[in-house]
Ligand binder design. Structure first.
Ligand SMILES: [Mn+2]
Length: 411
Protein backbone atom coordinates (compact mmCIF):
# COMPACT_ATOMS: atom_id res chain seq x y z
CA UNK A 1 0.00 0.00 0.00
CA UNK A 2 1.78 3.14 -1.20
CA UNK A 3 0.60 6.26 0.47
CA UNK A 4 1.26 9.92 -0.09
CA UNK A 5 0.62 10.84 3.51
CA UNK A 6 2.65 10.09 6.54
CA UNK A 7 1.99 10.33 10.22
CA UNK A 8 3.80 11.26 13.38
CA UNK A 9 3.09 11.96 17.05
CA UNK A 10 2.01 15.56 17.58
CA UNK A 11 5.31 17.38 18.21
CA UNK A 12 3.99 19.51 21.05
CA UNK A 13 2.38 16.64 22.93
CA UNK A 14 3.35 16.15 26.57
CA UNK A 15 1.92 13.18 28.41
CA UNK A 16 1.86 12.97 32.17
CA UNK A 17 1.16 10.00 34.40
CA UNK A 18 -1.74 10.86 36.69
CA UNK A 19 -1.58 7.48 38.48
CA UNK A 20 -5.00 6.15 37.41
CA UNK A 21 -4.80 7.57 33.89
CA UNK A 22 -2.59 9.51 31.52
CA UNK A 23 -3.13 13.08 30.45
CA UNK A 24 -2.10 14.18 26.97
CA UNK A 25 -1.48 17.89 26.81
CA UNK A 26 -0.78 19.91 23.70
CA UNK A 27 1.80 22.33 25.05
CA UNK A 28 1.27 24.80 22.18
CA UNK A 29 -2.51 24.87 21.90
CA UNK A 30 -3.30 24.11 25.52
CA UNK A 31 -5.94 21.39 25.17
CA UNK A 32 -5.84 18.28 27.36
CA UNK A 33 -7.25 14.84 26.86
CA UNK A 34 -7.25 11.65 28.92
CA UNK A 35 -5.63 8.61 27.35
CA UNK A 36 -5.43 5.01 28.45
CA UNK A 37 -2.24 2.98 28.71
CA UNK A 38 -3.31 0.93 25.68
CA UNK A 39 -3.85 4.02 23.59
CA UNK A 40 -0.45 5.31 24.69
CA UNK A 41 1.18 2.16 23.36
CA UNK A 42 -0.55 2.71 20.03
CA UNK A 43 0.45 6.38 19.87
CA UNK A 44 4.03 5.28 20.34
CA UNK A 45 3.92 3.42 17.03
CA UNK A 46 3.89 6.87 15.42
CA UNK A 47 7.20 7.81 17.09
CA UNK A 48 8.91 8.43 13.81
CA UNK A 49 7.35 9.77 10.63
CA UNK A 50 5.87 6.84 8.80
CA UNK A 51 2.99 5.70 6.60
CA UNK A 52 -0.30 4.33 7.85
CA UNK A 53 0.51 0.91 6.41
CA UNK A 54 3.78 0.76 8.34
CA UNK A 55 2.09 1.73 11.60
CA UNK A 56 -0.54 -0.94 11.09
CA UNK A 57 2.09 -3.55 10.34
CA UNK A 58 3.97 -2.67 13.51
CA UNK A 59 0.85 -2.81 15.70
CA UNK A 60 -0.34 -5.98 14.05
CA UNK A 61 2.99 -7.72 14.63
CA UNK A 62 3.32 -6.47 18.18
CA UNK A 63 -0.21 -6.64 19.57
CA UNK A 64 -2.20 -8.58 16.97
CA UNK A 65 -4.28 -5.49 16.19
CA UNK A 66 -6.89 -6.09 13.44
CA UNK A 67 -7.27 -3.83 10.43
CA UNK A 68 -10.80 -2.81 11.40
CA UNK A 69 -9.78 -1.83 14.93
CA UNK A 70 -6.76 0.01 13.59
CA UNK A 71 -8.83 2.07 11.14
CA UNK A 72 -11.00 3.32 14.02
CA UNK A 73 -8.11 4.13 16.34
CA UNK A 74 -6.10 5.76 13.57
CA UNK A 75 -9.02 8.03 12.68
CA UNK A 76 -9.56 8.86 16.36
CA UNK A 77 -5.91 9.80 16.92
CA UNK A 78 -5.95 12.21 14.01
CA UNK A 79 -9.31 13.67 14.93
CA UNK A 80 -8.11 14.35 18.47
CA UNK A 81 -4.82 15.86 17.28
CA UNK A 82 -2.70 13.25 19.07
CA UNK A 83 -1.14 12.25 15.78
CA UNK A 84 -0.36 14.66 12.97
CA UNK A 85 -0.67 14.14 9.23
CA UNK A 86 2.04 15.34 6.89
CA UNK A 87 1.89 15.91 3.17
CA UNK A 88 3.80 13.76 0.80
CA UNK A 89 6.78 16.01 0.11
CA UNK A 90 8.83 13.23 1.58
CA UNK A 91 9.32 10.79 -1.22
CA UNK A 92 12.44 9.27 -2.64
CA UNK A 93 12.75 12.17 -5.05
CA UNK A 94 12.22 14.74 -2.37
CA UNK A 95 14.50 17.67 -1.87
CA UNK A 96 13.08 19.27 1.26
CA UNK A 97 16.64 19.79 2.57
CA UNK A 98 15.50 20.04 6.17
CA UNK A 99 17.76 17.27 7.41
CA UNK A 100 21.38 17.11 8.53
CA UNK A 101 23.76 18.60 5.93
CA UNK A 102 20.72 19.56 3.85
CA UNK A 103 19.64 15.99 3.31
CA UNK A 104 15.90 15.40 3.06
CA UNK A 105 13.73 14.31 5.93
CA UNK A 106 12.10 11.11 4.77
CA UNK A 107 9.75 8.74 6.60
CA UNK A 108 11.37 5.71 8.12
CA UNK A 109 9.57 3.08 6.06
CA UNK A 110 10.58 4.83 2.84
CA UNK A 111 14.20 4.67 3.93
CA UNK A 112 13.80 0.96 4.42
CA UNK A 113 11.93 0.39 1.16
CA UNK A 114 14.32 -0.96 -1.46
CA UNK A 115 17.98 -0.11 -1.84
CA UNK A 116 18.43 3.61 -2.14
CA UNK A 117 20.07 4.74 1.06
CA UNK A 118 23.56 4.19 2.52
CA UNK A 119 23.36 6.34 5.61
CA UNK A 120 20.55 7.70 7.76
CA UNK A 121 20.50 10.38 10.45
CA UNK A 122 18.10 9.96 13.35
CA UNK A 123 17.42 12.58 15.98
CA UNK A 124 16.84 11.43 19.56
CA UNK A 125 15.77 14.54 21.47
CA UNK A 126 15.84 12.85 24.87
CA UNK A 127 17.44 14.30 28.01
CA UNK A 128 15.45 12.83 30.88
CA UNK A 129 18.53 10.98 32.09
CA UNK A 130 20.83 13.87 32.87
CA UNK A 131 22.24 14.23 36.36
CA UNK A 132 22.96 17.94 36.03
CA UNK A 133 21.94 20.23 33.18
CA UNK A 134 19.22 19.35 30.64
CA UNK A 135 18.86 20.79 27.14
CA UNK A 136 20.48 18.22 24.87
CA UNK A 137 16.99 17.49 23.51
CA UNK A 138 17.48 20.61 21.38
CA UNK A 139 20.63 19.29 19.72
CA UNK A 140 19.13 17.43 16.70
CA UNK A 141 17.13 20.43 15.50
CA UNK A 142 20.00 22.80 16.13
CA UNK A 143 22.51 20.66 14.26
CA UNK A 144 20.16 20.29 11.30
CA UNK A 145 20.08 24.06 11.07
CA UNK A 146 23.82 24.77 11.33
CA UNK A 147 25.31 21.68 9.65
CA UNK A 148 24.30 22.94 6.20
CA UNK A 149 27.00 25.60 6.45
CA UNK A 150 29.65 22.87 6.20
CA UNK A 151 28.26 20.44 3.68
CA UNK A 152 25.34 20.71 1.28
CA UNK A 153 24.06 17.34 0.22
CA UNK A 154 22.96 17.03 -3.38
CA UNK A 155 20.73 13.99 -3.69
CA UNK A 156 20.48 14.24 -7.47
CA UNK A 157 24.13 14.42 -8.54
CA UNK A 158 25.55 12.71 -5.44
CA UNK A 159 28.76 14.49 -6.31
CA UNK A 160 29.68 15.21 -2.70
CA UNK A 161 31.89 18.21 -2.04
CA UNK A 162 35.51 18.95 -2.81
CA UNK A 163 38.04 18.93 0.03
CA UNK A 164 41.10 21.09 -0.76
CA UNK A 165 43.11 19.40 2.00
CA UNK A 166 42.86 15.87 0.63
CA UNK A 167 42.23 16.94 -2.97
CA UNK A 168 39.27 14.53 -3.01
CA UNK A 169 35.48 14.61 -3.11
CA UNK A 170 33.87 14.10 0.30
CA UNK A 171 30.95 11.63 0.41
CA UNK A 172 30.80 11.27 -3.36
CA UNK A 173 28.13 8.78 -4.41
CA UNK A 174 26.87 8.31 -0.85
CA UNK A 175 23.09 8.33 -0.55
CA UNK A 176 21.99 9.97 2.69
CA UNK A 177 18.66 10.76 4.33
CA UNK A 178 17.43 12.06 7.64
CA UNK A 179 14.56 10.24 9.32
CA UNK A 180 13.73 13.11 11.63
CA UNK A 181 13.34 12.76 15.36
CA UNK A 182 12.16 9.83 17.43
CA UNK A 183 9.27 11.47 19.24
CA UNK A 184 7.74 9.93 22.26
CA UNK A 185 5.69 10.16 25.31
CA UNK A 186 7.46 12.62 27.56
CA UNK A 187 8.27 11.81 31.17
CA UNK A 188 8.75 8.15 30.50
CA UNK A 189 12.30 7.32 31.46
CA UNK A 190 14.04 4.53 29.56
CA UNK A 191 10.72 3.58 28.05
CA UNK A 192 9.04 3.45 24.68
CA UNK A 193 11.23 6.10 23.07
CA UNK A 194 14.19 3.84 23.82
CA UNK A 195 12.37 0.85 22.33
CA UNK A 196 11.55 2.82 19.19
CA UNK A 197 15.17 3.86 18.72
CA UNK A 198 16.35 0.30 19.31
CA UNK A 199 13.99 -0.98 16.60
CA UNK A 200 15.07 1.74 14.19
CA UNK A 201 18.76 0.98 14.65
CA UNK A 202 18.10 -2.73 14.27
CA UNK A 203 16.16 -2.16 11.05
CA UNK A 204 18.88 0.06 9.57
CA UNK A 205 21.61 -2.31 10.58
CA UNK A 206 19.78 -5.20 8.90
CA UNK A 207 19.65 -3.24 5.63
CA UNK A 208 23.27 -2.10 5.89
CA UNK A 209 22.20 1.50 6.29
CA UNK A 210 24.77 3.24 8.47
CA UNK A 211 22.91 4.83 11.42
CA UNK A 212 24.00 8.21 12.79
CA UNK A 213 22.03 9.03 15.92
CA UNK A 214 22.04 12.55 17.28
CA UNK A 215 21.29 12.74 20.99
CA UNK A 216 20.12 13.52 23.51
CA UNK A 217 21.95 12.62 26.66
CA UNK A 218 24.41 9.73 26.69
CA UNK A 219 21.90 7.12 27.85
CA UNK A 220 20.49 7.05 24.30
CA UNK A 221 23.55 5.08 23.22
CA UNK A 222 22.12 2.12 25.11
CA UNK A 223 19.14 1.52 22.76
CA UNK A 224 21.47 2.12 19.78
CA UNK A 225 23.84 -0.58 21.00
CA UNK A 226 20.92 -2.86 21.93
CA UNK A 227 19.58 -2.45 18.39
CA UNK A 228 22.92 -3.42 16.87
CA UNK A 229 23.17 -6.41 19.18
CA UNK A 230 20.02 -7.83 17.56
CA UNK A 231 21.88 -7.99 14.28
CA UNK A 232 25.54 -8.49 15.19
CA UNK A 233 26.64 -11.46 17.28
CA UNK A 234 29.93 -9.80 18.25
CA UNK A 235 31.09 -6.21 18.12
CA UNK A 236 32.93 -3.60 20.11
CA UNK A 237 32.21 -0.06 21.28
CA UNK A 238 34.61 2.87 21.04
CA UNK A 239 33.59 5.56 23.49
CA UNK A 240 34.99 9.09 23.50
CA UNK A 241 34.08 10.61 26.84
CA UNK A 242 35.38 12.56 29.85
CA UNK A 243 33.52 10.10 32.06
CA UNK A 244 33.62 6.32 31.90
CA UNK A 245 29.83 6.22 32.47
CA UNK A 246 30.27 3.20 34.73
CA UNK A 247 28.62 3.12 38.12
CA UNK A 248 29.51 -0.55 38.62
CA UNK A 249 25.90 -1.27 39.45
CA UNK A 250 23.98 -4.42 38.73
CA UNK A 251 21.73 -3.63 35.81
CA UNK A 252 19.08 -6.35 35.77
CA UNK A 253 16.51 -3.59 36.22
CA UNK A 254 18.07 -1.20 33.77
CA UNK A 255 14.83 0.59 32.97
CA UNK A 256 14.73 1.84 36.55
CA UNK A 257 18.43 2.38 37.03
CA UNK A 258 19.97 3.68 33.83
CA UNK A 259 20.99 7.32 33.49
CA UNK A 260 23.58 9.10 31.37
CA UNK A 261 26.35 8.50 33.90
CA UNK A 262 25.99 4.72 34.30
CA UNK A 263 24.49 3.36 31.09
CA UNK A 264 27.77 1.62 30.22
CA UNK A 265 27.04 -0.88 33.01
CA UNK A 266 24.00 -1.98 31.00
CA UNK A 267 26.09 -2.10 27.81
CA UNK A 268 28.48 -4.47 29.61
CA UNK A 269 25.60 -6.87 30.24
CA UNK A 270 25.19 -7.43 26.50
CA UNK A 271 27.08 -10.58 25.51
CA UNK A 272 27.43 -9.33 21.95
CA UNK A 273 29.57 -6.42 23.15
CA UNK A 274 32.92 -8.15 23.43
CA UNK A 275 35.21 -5.18 23.74
CA UNK A 276 35.01 -1.54 24.80
CA UNK A 277 37.66 1.10 24.20
CA UNK A 278 37.29 4.25 26.24
CA UNK A 279 39.20 7.35 25.22
CA UNK A 280 39.55 10.63 27.12
CA UNK A 281 38.30 9.52 30.56
CA UNK A 282 39.42 12.01 33.22
CA UNK A 283 36.68 12.36 35.86
CA UNK A 284 37.87 11.73 39.44
CA UNK A 285 36.06 8.81 41.09
CA UNK A 286 36.22 7.08 44.48
CA UNK A 287 37.66 3.95 42.93
CA UNK A 288 38.93 2.88 39.54
CA UNK A 289 35.91 2.30 37.31
CA UNK A 290 36.46 -0.30 34.69
CA UNK A 291 35.47 -3.77 33.55
CA UNK A 292 37.37 -6.72 32.14
CA UNK A 293 36.06 -6.12 28.62
CA UNK A 294 37.39 -2.55 28.68
CA UNK A 295 40.61 -0.96 27.41
CA UNK A 296 41.00 2.59 28.68
CA UNK A 297 43.09 5.43 27.26
CA UNK A 298 42.46 8.08 29.93
CA UNK A 299 42.98 11.81 29.43
CA UNK A 300 44.94 12.42 26.25
CA UNK A 301 46.97 9.17 26.48
CA UNK A 302 45.60 7.94 23.17
CA UNK A 303 47.14 10.96 21.40
CA UNK A 304 50.61 9.80 22.39
CA UNK A 305 49.97 6.07 22.08
CA UNK A 306 48.46 5.75 18.65
CA UNK A 307 50.15 2.45 17.86
CA UNK A 308 48.89 1.00 21.14
CA UNK A 309 45.40 2.21 20.34
CA UNK A 310 45.43 0.55 16.94
CA UNK A 311 46.80 -2.65 18.44
CA UNK A 312 44.07 -2.62 21.09
CA UNK A 313 41.34 -2.57 18.45
CA UNK A 314 40.44 -6.12 17.47
CA UNK A 315 40.31 -6.71 13.75
CA UNK A 316 37.91 -9.65 13.93
CA UNK A 317 34.94 -7.57 15.11
CA UNK A 318 33.34 -4.32 13.93
CA UNK A 319 32.94 -1.35 16.28
CA UNK A 320 30.26 1.13 17.17
CA UNK A 321 31.46 4.68 17.90
CA UNK A 322 29.86 6.89 20.52
CA UNK A 323 31.12 10.43 20.99
CA UNK A 324 30.22 12.33 24.13
CA UNK A 325 31.20 15.88 23.19
CA UNK A 326 32.55 16.45 26.71
CA UNK A 327 35.60 14.44 25.64
CA UNK A 328 36.69 17.80 24.20
CA UNK A 329 38.20 20.44 26.42
CA UNK A 330 35.58 22.98 27.58
CA UNK A 331 37.69 25.73 26.00
CA UNK A 332 36.77 24.08 22.68
CA UNK A 333 33.35 22.72 23.58
CA UNK A 334 31.64 24.53 26.47
CA UNK A 335 28.23 23.49 25.13
CA UNK A 336 27.74 20.32 27.15
CA UNK A 337 25.93 19.35 30.34
CA UNK A 338 28.87 18.18 32.45
CA UNK A 339 32.02 19.90 31.12
CA UNK A 340 35.37 18.85 32.56
CA UNK A 341 38.65 20.71 31.96
CA UNK A 342 41.70 18.94 30.62
CA UNK A 343 40.08 17.37 27.58
CA UNK A 344 41.15 16.84 24.00
CA UNK A 345 41.64 19.70 21.60
CA UNK A 346 39.56 19.51 18.45
CA UNK A 347 42.50 18.58 16.23
CA UNK A 348 43.51 15.80 18.63
CA UNK A 349 40.03 14.30 18.59
CA UNK A 350 39.82 14.59 14.82
CA UNK A 351 43.17 12.84 14.38
CA UNK A 352 42.11 9.98 16.66
CA UNK A 353 38.79 9.60 14.86
CA UNK A 354 40.57 9.55 11.53
CA UNK A 355 43.09 7.01 12.74
CA UNK A 356 40.34 4.69 13.97
CA UNK A 357 37.82 5.10 11.17
CA UNK A 358 40.40 4.57 8.44
CA UNK A 359 41.47 1.25 9.93
CA UNK A 360 38.39 -0.23 11.51
CA UNK A 361 34.99 -1.42 10.35
CA UNK A 362 32.51 0.96 12.01
CA UNK A 363 28.84 -0.05 12.16
CA UNK A 364 27.20 3.01 13.68
CA UNK A 365 27.76 6.38 15.27
CA UNK A 366 26.14 8.58 17.85
CA UNK A 367 26.92 12.08 19.06
CA UNK A 368 25.59 12.88 22.49
CA UNK A 369 25.59 15.46 25.30
CA UNK A 370 25.70 18.45 22.98
CA UNK A 371 23.75 21.21 24.69
CA UNK A 372 23.23 24.05 22.22
CA UNK A 373 23.87 27.50 23.62
CA UNK A 374 23.97 30.82 21.91
CA UNK A 375 27.28 30.30 20.12
CA UNK A 376 26.69 28.78 16.70
CA UNK A 377 30.34 27.73 16.36
CA UNK A 378 29.76 24.92 18.90
CA UNK A 379 27.21 23.37 16.57
CA UNK A 380 29.54 23.77 13.62
CA UNK A 381 32.29 21.93 15.51
CA UNK A 382 29.96 19.05 16.33
CA UNK A 383 28.73 18.94 12.74
CA UNK A 384 32.27 18.87 11.39
CA UNK A 385 33.06 15.98 13.72
CA UNK A 386 30.09 14.03 12.34
CA UNK A 387 31.00 14.90 8.74
CA UNK A 388 34.57 13.77 9.26
CA UNK A 389 33.58 10.44 10.78
CA UNK A 390 30.93 9.57 8.20
CA UNK A 391 33.14 10.47 5.24
CA UNK A 392 35.89 8.19 6.54
CA UNK A 393 33.47 5.40 7.40
CA UNK A 394 31.82 5.53 3.97
CA UNK A 395 35.22 5.53 2.30
CA UNK A 396 36.21 2.48 4.32
CA UNK A 397 32.98 0.74 3.32
CA UNK A 398 33.56 1.57 -0.34
CA UNK A 399 37.02 0.06 -0.21
CA UNK A 400 36.14 -3.05 1.75
CA UNK A 401 32.49 -3.73 1.13
CA UNK A 402 32.05 -3.35 -2.60
CA UNK A 403 34.34 -6.29 -3.20
CA UNK A 404 32.82 -8.57 -0.60
CA UNK A 405 29.27 -7.60 -1.59
CA UNK A 406 30.06 -8.39 -5.22
CA UNK A 407 31.63 -11.65 -4.21
CA UNK A 408 28.51 -12.44 -2.25
CA UNK A 409 26.19 -11.51 -5.11
CA UNK A 410 28.19 -13.57 -7.60
CA UNK A 411 28.21 -16.69 -5.49
MN1 LIG B 1 29.11 10.18 28.63
Amino acid sequence: MKNDLYYKINDSLVISDEQDHYLAWDSKEGWKIEVTKQLLAIIQAYAIATTKAAVFQQLHDKYGVTEEFFEDVHAYLIEQGLVQVYQAEASKETTNKNGMFQTSIVPMDQCLDGDWCDLAFIGMPYDLNVTYKPGTRFAPGYLRRVSGSLFQYNGTSLQGMYDPITNQQVLEGIRMVDCGDVNAVAFEKNGKQFDALKEIIQAFSKKNIFPVTIGGDHSISLPCIQGLSMNHSAFGVIQFDAHSDFGLNKMEKWREAVHHGNFMDAVMDLDQVEHVVQIGIRQLTNQPLTHDKVTQFPGNHACNKKEELLTALRDDIPYYVTIDVDVLDPSVMPATGTPLPGGLLYRELRDLLELITKRTHIIGLDIVEFLPQEKEIDGVIVSEMILNVISNVMEWENEHFTESTNAFTNS
